[in-house]
Ligand binder design. Sequence first.
Ligand code: 5GP
Ligand code: ZN
Length: 133
Amino acid sequence: MDNCIFCKIVSGELPGYKIYEDEYTFAFLDIAKDIDGHTLVVPKKHCRNVLDADDETLAHVAKTIKTVANHYMSLGYDGINILNANEACAQQTVFHLHFHIIPRKNDDGVSAWPKLECATADLEEMWNKLKMI
Ligand code: 5GP
Ligand code: ZN
């Protein structure tokens, strides 16, 4: 897709520190330099986010997330955070589907999981609103 940074990294038009690639997916280091090893996994086929991805693409991305995460574990990391944002209100800033992989070490002091303290509704109220069956 024109003007998509991640499509350009996948195609090689823009540089990227490639970690892994297969027929359907691509993994590369995030430019943020916020946490060592911060990696992005994307599908080669452009889609906006999880909400708009076809099931097959999502399955390919999930497989690559697992492959890369297990590779990092084999290098000596102790755990992995996998993060994903969908749409601007959820803090998505690049609108090509991607998952963040954050390799973790015991006692690394990183807080990669936000402490959420905004709930106002009770559980039954939310259950009645959200349930699908
Ligand atoms: P989001 O907020 O959409 O979940 O995450 C987008 C991520 O893309 C951010 O972590 C940001 O650092 C990363 N990013 C933005 N532009 C580039 C780029 O040109 N190259 C790489 N490697 N990462 C980028
Ligand atoms: Zn794209």
